[in-house]
Write a protein of this length. Structure first.
Length: 172
């Protein structure tokens, strides 16, 4: 489902919208709206023993599944600022990026309500704080590379892709 699916009325002036593909246009006020993937920033925290910290989701979608700490960027927020904010909110730690893992496409939500996401992910190191599950996280757990949860236990396909990318590149 595209983010504009179901849009019928202009949110600015209340007139009828013309929706075609990934664009919604209002002939009355001239507004144009574009569908796009929602950006996220996430950080795979790795300790000195080479273990990765995963978070168990406390909310839907896919509550109870394992995830990499992170979340949606706020409007106008730089991805690295969003990365630091989200990791602090979910883990209590202040982090710094070590290396960029990549950009991974996915969907957030279920069925026709799912939205497309652009997931920017980094390997990060903690520089201060006290580790504690918070915000929408029920549990935090360290996993060695050969002890990671099975695919069926991961919240999103992009988590599996990011973990694969992390395992392919040696630390350092």
């Amino acid at each position: 489902m595209g983010v504009l699916q179901g849009w019928r009325v202009c949110p600015r002036c209340g007139s009828d919208l013309e929706v075609e593909g990934g664009t919604a246009s209002c002939e009355v006020c001239g507004s144009r709206f574009y569908a796009s993937s929602f950006p996220t920033a996430s950080g795979l925290l790795v300790d000195d023993a080479g273990r990765a910290l995963l978070s168990r989701r406390g909310v839907d979608p896919r509550g109870g599944k394992w995830d990499i700490p992170g979340g949606f960027l706020e409007e106008g927020e730089h991805p690295l600022d969003g990365l630091r904010r989200e990791l602090h909110e979910e883990t209590g730690l202040d982090v710094e990026p070590v290396r960029y893992l990549g950009a991974f496409m996915d969907a957030y939500g279920e069925d026709e309500r799912a939205i497309a996401t652009l997931n920017l992910m980094w390997v990060v190191r903690a520089n201060r704080g006290e580790l504690k599950a918070a915000d929408d996280v029920d549990e935090l757990r360290w996993f060695a590379p050969d002890e990671l949860p099975a695919r069926s236990e991961l919240a999103f396909e992009c988590i599996e892709q990011a973990l694969d990318a992390w395992r392919r590149v040696p630390p350092g």
